[in-house]
Design a protein around this ligand. Structure first.
Ligand code: AMP
Length: 420
């Protein structure tokens, strides 16, 4: 061990478990890639103001959890706490919305940073795969994104997750509701912080996890009863499209989520095996965000799924992903002359697409065979001077123990054939 440790609230991904994370990222991205979403990558940090304006000054993410820094040049930057604001900023900067093909559909994968109190499933550095569909207001687009997330979870074999669905209304109906809710909340017995929240973002009080607060919220006006006709019709269509696609959901009228930019459709995926940090992913429509960060009106919808918690969910359900072994063939030379020939074969096999590793460091046969077994390889390719003089190598099937001599010039063909 070195003198240093991973910073508090972070952890390293190391083999073999790191392969699971990669597979999860790929599984989430796969449905997006076949649905017209293009890959986007943005910097790990942005101007602080992008998040304070976009995500919202009153949110925990901005007010308490951002890692901010002042550069030597005097710029105020923040490590990105979420993806949507950056992706929209980048799309606007590249004028993707002017290319004439709306919606602009993008997906991304990366690290995010929040100064949170670390606990199981909650880290200061975590990983998300996200998707955004920018510039179109169409309930089918909201449904598409939700279906793609469900398909990703299903492709991983997850079963114990639920989709919570709500509509937050729009600029027509939300202001009147906000006022009605504020009126109700001001009459309750709440702490200083929460009272302040009533004035800045009363909807988030509904999301308060404390039981004492929840008790008082019984009878609070619900947005569902205040939605305008357009929002109601929009939401009904999203629900109908999900149902038609065989996607079950739970209507959750208290789901407001921790970011200010959401309008209309909001949703969250929760998993039954994760304890208090049960949200594995979430998203919604953010029709006003583009204007909030200085862009044109671009109604949009997106989600982000947490990779760390998806891996925890797999563990909770006892799901072992069927990952291809990192190494298929482990090559063991016996003697100096054989080293050169076998190393050459290793390169040939790799170039042909066979995952191959080599007994580096001049290990003796016994040690090398131990390494071969530890590597998870299916075959050991062993060759000494005598084999090579006869123009063969020995191929040992590490599952059956069976060993056969294979002509040097047939090794690649033979191993490719065994690969199927
Ligand atoms: P949010 O942007 O808060 O909606 O987060 C989307 C998803 O990212 C969540 O559902 C989690 O799966 C994941 N996530 C958010 N914050 C954290 C965190 N601190 N640690 C691990 N995963 C997180």
């Amino acid at each position: 061990m070195s003198t240093f440790k991973a910073p508090k609230g972070t952890y390293d991904l190391t083999p073999p478990d790191s392969a699971i994370y990669l597979a999860v990222r790929e599984a989430i991205a796969a449905p997006l890639k076949r649905s017209g979403y293009g890959y986007i990558e943005t910097p790990g940090f942005e101007q602080v103001e992008l998040f304070s304006r976009g995500v919202g000054e009153s949110t925990d993410i901005v007010s308490k959890e951002m890692y901010t820094l002042t550069t030597r040049g005097g710029d105020e930057l923040a490590l990105r706490p979420e993806g949507t604001a950056s992706v929209l900023r980048a799309a606007l900067e590249a004028n993707l919305h002017k290319a004439g093909n709306l919606p602009v559909k993008l997906w991304y994968s990366g690290s995010y940073y929040r100064y949170e109190r670390p606990q199981a499933g909650r880290y200061r550095h975590f990983s998300q795969v996200g998707a955004e569909a920018i510039g179109t207001e169409d309930p089918a687009l909201d449904a598409e994104l939700i279906i793609l997330a469900v398909d990703a979870y299903r492709s991983l074999g997850l079963k114990d997750f639920r989709l919570l669905l709500n509509s937050l209304g729009d600029k027509e109906c939300r202001p009147a509701y906000r006022e009605a809710l504020q009126g109700f909340l001001r009459g309750l017995d709440l702490d200083e912080d929460t009272r302040r929240r009533i004035e800045i973002n009363p909807l988030r009080v509904l999301d308060d996890k404390r039981e004492a607060v929840q008790k008082q919220l019984v009878g609070a006006p619900m947005l569902r009863d205040h939605l305008c006709e357009a929002c109601k019709a929009y939401h009904e269509e999203v629900r109908a499209l999900l149902t038609a696609a065989g996607v079950a959901f739970v209507d959750d009228e208290k789901l407001v989520r921790g970011l200010d930019y959401y309008t209309r459709t909001t949703f969250e995926f929760v998993h039954g095996g994760l304890g208090s940090q049960s949200a594995v992913g979430g998203g919604g429509r953010y029709d006003g965000l583009s204007e909030m960060i200085g862009g044109p009106a671009l109604p949009s919808v997106g989600w982000a799924l947490g990779v760390d918690r998806t891996v925890l969910a797999l563990k909770a359900e006892g799901i072992e992903l069927d990952l291809p072994a990192a190494t298929r063939v482990y090559a063991v030379p016996l003697g100096e002359e054989a080293r050169k020939v076998v190393f050459g074969l290793v390169t040939e096999l790799r170039r042909a697409g066979v995952a191959t590793d080599f007994a580096f460091g001049g290990k003796g046969l016994k040690n090398a065979m131990k390494s071969a077994n530890r590597s998870g390889a299916r075959f050991a390719l062993v060759a000494g001077e005598r084999d090579l003089a006869e123009g063969v190598v020995q191929l040992k099937d590490l599952e059956s123990g069976e060993q056969t001599g294979v002509a040097l010039d047939a090794v690649v063909r033979e191993l490719l054939a065994k690969q199927g």
